[in-house]
Design a protein around this ligand. Structure first.
Ligand code: AMP
Ligand code: ZN
Length: 137
């Protein structure tokens, strides 16, 4: 636990949150400034800065929990869709540097924007990038 980390404090219950679920490994609570009604955050109790830090076991448990929470949100909120978002690094929009998953319910006409502009690419470019990533796996 990092004493100066907001989500460590929330995850351990030292700072209050609107918790919808908690177990030994995770706390799920409502985002205090939601993108839409019912926006939830899934936060591991152990501190990880970002996705690069996360161990495989935690990652597996986390996504399994995410499917369960997503279904519960869908049933409870009657949303029309749901985005799962996870930001790593300032440039990617990360503001709290303790790994967390956003579950953002979507409603017709909600104005939430998690899309991007698609760019053109060549097959040579794609192949070069594929090979570079493949080498590191
Ligand atoms: P990110 O920008 O991906 O790091 O997401 C951080 C999220 O944490 C933002 O959506 C904030 O609204 C949310 N947040 C910050 N402080 C709190 C808090 N005390 N309780 C609940 N959510 C928070
Ligand atoms: Zn932390």
């Amino acid at each position: 636990m990092k004493d100066d980390c907001l989500f460590c404090q929330i995850a351990k219950g030292k700072i209050p949150s609107t918790t919808v679920y908690e177990d030994r490994h995770f706390r799920v609570f409502l985002d205090v400034n939601p993108a839409s009604k019912g926006h939830c955050l899934i936060v591991p109790k152990e501190h990880f800065d970002n996705v690069y830090d996360l161990d495989a076991e935690t990652a597996g448990k986390l996504f399994s929990l995410a499917t369960c929470i997503a279904r519960a949100m869908c049933d409870a909120l009657g949303c029309d869709g749901l985005n799962i978002v996870q930001n790593n690094g300032k440039i990617a929009g990360q503001t709290v540097f303790h790994f967390h998953l956003h579950l953002i319910p979507r409603y017709e006409g909600d104005g939430v924007n998690v899309t991007w502009t698609p760019h053109e690419s060549t097959s040579e470019e794609l192949e070069k990038i594929r090979a570079a990533i493949r080498k590191e796996i």
